[in-house]
Ligand binder design. Structure first.
Ligand code: 3H9
Length: 703
């Protein structure tokens, strides 16, 4: 028997334990081991029922994601056929599910006639997050178990649900009394099934999965949901597969599902999303720092500044059950901040996302103070005061006096020099940048800025605490704007310039949202605040000193007090949440173009796309070359999670590789030649890009 399988015979039962660390991913070797073990149990006359479980508790996270796109994903024995065979064994199979049963792991459980889960179990068909659909029977067996509508909702959301909800839906037959009792109660269940001569597969709960649904249910479902799918392929394939479950017998439905799965697996979108999956895990690693480096203990946190950002940051910690002191300069500002936090929580209650008593328990964890002395026991202090270097340096001078030795001192700056802030204190090794994105309590991305003196354990501890509060931390080196805002700068600059040359804000935004970005540049600037963007730009004018056209439109709008959504006018006009194009902005662009002697012309969509995207990509490559970003995956994560770049394109770096690095370089050179002095100035290919293309490399990597 394979080392990956624990096989035990116990009074009429075969216990088959999966043991492939860390998550029992069903790669070829585990599939082979499982298949052999099941055949052995099926053939053994002493065995009356079979229990499949995770040998170390955790059941299975599904197929091995690393096998997709290689021949190995369907290497014999493949999962779909293995599960058909398991479902055909004439003895009851009981899946005893611990911790997680996801994707192919849940499909394995669905092929078993009976399922029991531990109370902390999380189950789901998460393939959609990888641009896939369940390909080993999930789209066929689940609708027959819980009905087509519930199955569709679960598969399309890719969400994990807990054991009790899984039982209520009909996915689990039983929930064990505790994780420790799971296997014992699975045994008891097996003996009950043997005693009552239960069939290997019980009758389907939903032999007609679409029973009770209107005839046009799927058509309506598609019409309702399709706009939110944008150009994603996988949701459409899921729908086709579930439709097959409603129309075809199981064996034909399974064949259809398999064909759809293979289509998804070979798609660029799935490749991109698999890249994102591994990039997220890779982001947790710090090159040169041991995985087992002892971390500093973080049990108390303090946040300085109870504005929108500081309040949001405090909420992140309270949400994770970590006490946090919130410091302000005066009582009024503190009250305002605390009220804003409470309002935020109460609005979550109204939206059904929080229970009323959770508001109190979270507020209890936030301790408002006006006194720096109350920060003396904090293990981590995050300042979120006004974005001005001198102001932040002043705060750090005070922190140095009041904070205990070993406390981590973090600055929530979005663009300032973390090293210059660290230089104000005698313990720069304790200083790190934590760039939360707004709204801090909702946005998953956290740029962790490593100063030149930041100690390895400070960095590792920060990554750890970020994950504890549900953030996706990405390490950045120190430079103006770090990874995200530094790349935003050339991307937004190009968008501004295109409007002077003849495009409209709405056209630029549409081109970008047609690529599935959540928002176009101008909608984003209107939301974030044209004033905020202006101030950031203004603090770093040197780079743009030789280009009079540089973001001129934004500068003028700022001068006119058109700050975006908050003032009802920016690049667009706003009535409530509705936005309209504004002829005044076009007239302004015409006037500026005239003044700057920029000839206006109709600009086609392709040019907009290329100029904005190539600029973004070029800057990303430069960041990698400078070592500001450690990995291309990190850059992709920042743009996906902070700026709405579509995950199914894999982020700007992955997208560039898909386009072809030669295409990107040729595009940059084309615009460099075509756009005169402006092109000369800005369309300089990153030297790394040139080196990569010259060397015939397909992937972006430092060399
Ligand atoms: C599928 O099943 C297709 C089928 O329908 C049909 C086929 C025909 N494969 O996330 P973590 C690794 S598609 C390979 O850091 P956590 C992960 O890379 C699959 N590796 O821990 C990491 O490795 P490393 C559908 C996997 O506790 C380590 O395990 N399933 C897989 O925060 C720990 O992971 C999914 O989409 C995998 N399937 O979360 C589930 N899963 O240490 C995807 C994990 O080297 N997985 N690894 O970086 C998850 O959602 C989370 O990993 C899980 C654990 C909740 C399991």
């Amino acid at each position: 028997m394979s080392e990956l399988i624990h096989y035990r015979l116990e009074e009429g039962l075969a216990l088959i334990g999966l043991d492939r660390v860390p998550v029992n991913a069903l790669d070829q070797s585990l599939r082979a081991g499982l298949s052999n073990a099941c055949e052995r149990a099926a053939a053994d006359p002493r065995v009356q029922a079979i229990i499949i479980h995770g040998a170390r508790g955790l059941f299975s996270a599904g197929s091995d994601i690393g096998e997709f796109g290689t021949g190995a994903s369907f290497a014999e024995p493949d999962l779909p056929r293995t599960l058909v065979r398991l479902a055909g064994i004439h003895k009851p199979l009981i899946a005893a599910l611990g911790k997680v049963a996801l994707g192919g792991g849940l499909e394995l459980a669905l092929a078993c006639g009976y399922r029991i889960g531990e109370p902390n179990l999380r189950v789901g068909l998460s393939e959609i997050n990888l641009g896939l659909l369940p390909g080993a029977g999930g789209t066929q067996r689940l609708p027959r178990l819980i009905g087509a509508e519930s199955a569709l909702n679960l598969i399309l959301s890719g969400k994990q649900i807990d054991a009790e909800n899984a039982r209520l839906l009909g996915i689990l037959d039983r929930v064990s009394t505790s994780p420790e009792r799971l296997l014992d109660e699975a045994r008891e269940y097996a003996y009950e099934l043997i005693a009552c001569r239960a069939p290997a597969q019980p009758a389907e709960a939903w032999p007609e999965p679409a029973d009770g649904l209107p005839d046009d249910f799927l058509v309506r479902y598609r019409a309702e949901h399709e706009p939110s799918w944008k150009s994603r392929l996988a949701p459409r394939l899921v729908l086709s597969a579930v439709e097959a479950a409603c129309l075809l017998p199981l064996d034909e439905g399974l064949l259809k599902e398999l064909a759809l799965f293979k289509q998804a697996e070979s798609s660029r979108q799935s490749k991109a999303l698999r890249h994102v999956f591994f990039a997220e895990r890779e982001a947790a690693r710090i090159p040169g720092v041991r995985d087992d480096l002892p971390l500093r203990s973080i049990t108390r946190v303090a946040v300085i500044g109870a504005g929108t950002m500081g309040g949001g940051i405090a909420m992140c910690f309270a949400n994770a059950g970590i006490p946090v002191a919130l410091l302000e300069r005066d009582g009024k500002a503190l009250d305002r901040g605390l009220t804003m936090i409470r309002d935020n929580y109460e609005s979550s209650v109204r939206r059904g996302r929080l229970l009323p008593d959770q508001v109190e328990s979270r507020m209890d964890l936030i301790f408002g103070t006006l006194d720096y002395a109350d920060l003396s026991d904090a293990d981590l202090v995050i300042e979120a005061v006004f974005e001005k270097l001198e102001v932040k340096q002043q705060v750090f001078l005070t922190l140095e006096k009041v904070c205990k030795p070993g406390a981590i001192l973090a600055t929530n700056t979005s663009s300032l020099d973390v090293d210059a802030i660290a230089a104000t204190v005698a313990r720069p090794h304790d200083v790190v940048g934590l760039h939360f994105f707004s709204p801090a309590n909702a946005m998953r991305l956290l740029e962790v800025v490593r100063g030149k003196a930041t100690a390895p354990d400070v960095l590792a501890t920060t990554l750890d605490i970020a994950r504890r509060i549900g953030k996706l931390p990405v390490i950045s080196g120190v430079c103006f704007g770090f990874i995200g805002n530094r790349m935003l700068e050339p991307y937004a600059r190009e968008a501004h310039r295109l409007v002077l040359e003849g495009a409209t804000p709405a056209q630029v935004d549409r081109v970008l949202t047609d690529l599935d970005l959540n928002m176009g540049v101008f909608s984003m600037l209107d939301l974030a605040g044209i004033d905020v963007n202006f101030l950031v730009r203004d603090s770093n004018r040197t780079a743009s000193a030789h280009d009079e056209s540089y973001c001129r439109l934004g500068d003028e709008l700022y001068a006119m007090g058109r700050y975006g959504q908050k003032t009802g006018r920016g690049f667009y006009l706003y009535e409530g949440r509705n936005r309209r194009d504004d002829a005044e902005v076009i007239a302004l662009a015409e006037r500026l173009a005239d003044e700057l002697q920029i000839s206006r012309r109709p600009i086609d969509d392709q040019e907009i796309l290329e100029r904005c995207l190539f600029m973004l990509i070029n800057e990303g490559i430069q960041l990698l070359d400078e070592g500001i970003a450690l990995r291309t995956g990190d850059i992709d994560l920042v743009w996906i999670n902070g700026y709405g770049f579509p995950a199914h394109l894999g982020g700007p770096m992955h997208y560039a590789e898909q386009l072809g690095l030669g295409t990107v370089l040729a595009g940059l050179q084309r615009y460099r030649n075509a756009l005169g002095k402006y092109g000369e100035m800005w369309f300089k290919p990153a030297p790394l890009l040139e080196r990569l293309v010259a060397a015939g490399r397909k992937r972006i990597e430092r060399f």
